[in-house]
Design a protein. Structure first.
Length: 379
């Protein structure tokens, strides 16, 4: 029987302190409190103070993009770079480690960088596979990523479906298992869709919350005047980094997103709570971009449903391929990628040498991995 792992997020008070805890349960039994999520503040301080030091404590899901990184993005735009190569330079094959590093760290880090300033990313991933003296190239179909907090789940889905396709293919045609394959090179194609000039940057919710259908846009069903809401946004934009509080006259509740550093789980926490009547107090979720920049407030119509974690006791079946899922996010991504139907495979000459002009190495001191961008325009 598969283990059922669940999380619970709670606040406790003790000796004048308010303590936030992330508790892990396995088959209903509490196992441990997550050490990386726990925070403490005096009980009379705003809830937002729990999360103010996340960046300093390496707990933030936001990234840092300075002037040098802005120059890299400008080069990527100017030279129309959409293809990025990553190679395993080790002498002995280390396919499992290479794929683990790429899926957990290298590819998500690259995509978080590339999604900055965009409306969405259109992403394909390809693996170069050596097996029984042959070389093949397997590539996924495009997947749109519309929120930076969806990147981890999207990469997981693409990798798992690619490896499933490779496993089935080599077992059928080569009569060998996936473990017989050597993968030392991969390609990521990422098309950056920028916001149109002078367009209003409207952020979508992360997919985990979109599938709940619990939120409405700011413009619909707002009970508070637009001037009050503008004041909230203006206060956050101008004074959020200086500790300036939102005016006490505004009776609203605001929540924000947080990601567990250990388990990578996405969850919602209170940022400002001014009204105990959750049915009648205007409630919003604070949207930020990948670097933490303010991107607006979205009204939450059913905060209880929004905060409640999905139960993992329902199985979703894909009508197209009969695959089964217990996670609605995985099911939604599976449908977006059309069950992997348009994944491609090419047979290649193993001794062939690929030549690429205008190769641009991305700085390893920022990316940690040796990514090479392939420019389609000359310098």
């Amino acid at each position: 029987m598969a283990r059922r792992i669940q999380s619970r997020y709670i606040f406790e008070t003790a000796e004048g302190m308010r303590i936030f805890r992330h508790q892990r349960f396995v088959n209903g039994s509490r196992r441990a409190d997550c050490p990386t999520c726990e925070t403490r503040t005096p009980v009379d301080e705003p809830y937002s103070h729990h999360w103010h030091n996340d960046a300093a404590n390496n707990r933030s899901h936001h990234i840092k993009i300075g002037s040098e990184e802005q120059k890299i993005l400008k080069t990527i735009e100017d030279q129309d770079i959409e293809v990025f190569m990553l190679c395993d330079g080790s002498i002995t094959p280390r396919t499992n480690d290479f794929l683990l590093d790429a899926g957990m760290d290298a590819v998500p880090q690259l995509l978080r960088f590339l999604i900055f300033g965009t409306e969405k990313l259109e992403v394909c991933v390809g693996f170069y596979v050596d097996v029984k003296q042959e070389r093949m190239y397997f590539e996924s179909s495009p997947l749109n990523i519309e929120h930076h907090l969806d990147i981890g789940e999207a990469v997981d889905m693409i990798f798992s479906m690619l490896l499933e396709k490779i496993s089935n293919y080599v077992l059928l045609h080569q009569r060998v298992p996936l473990e017989a394959c050597v993968i030392k090179r991969m390609k990521v194609t990422a098309k950056r869709h920028l916001y149109p000039p002078n367009a209003t940057c409207v952020s979508k919710l992360p997919l985990q919350y979109r599938v709940k259908n619990a939120a409405g846009c700011l413009e619909r069903g707002v009970k508070q005047s637009s001037s009050d809401l503008a004041l909230v946004a203006e206060n956050y934009l101008k004074h959020g980094d200086k500790g300036r509080s939102i005016p006490a006259s505004l009776s609203i509740n605001i929540y924000c997103f947080r990601v567990c550093t250990t388990t990578k789980e996405l969850y919602t926490v209170p940022y400002l709570l001014r009204g105990e009547d959750v049915e009648n107090t205007p409630t919003f979720v604070l949207q930020t971009d990948v670097v933490g920049g303010f991107r607006g407030l979205l009204e939450i119509r059913n905060i209880r449903k929004f905060l409640r974690p999905d139960k993992q006791d329902r199985v979703f079946e894909c009508r197209q391929c009969q695959s089964h899922f217990v996670d609605r996010v995985h099911f939604a991504l599976h449908k977006q990628i059309d069950c992997g139907r348009n994944f491609m495979v090419w047979n290649m000459d193993k001794d062939a040498i690929e030549l690429h002009e205008n190769c641009i190495p991305l700085p390893k001191d920022y990316f940690k991995y040796e990514w090479i961008g392939l420019a389609s325009k000359g310098k």
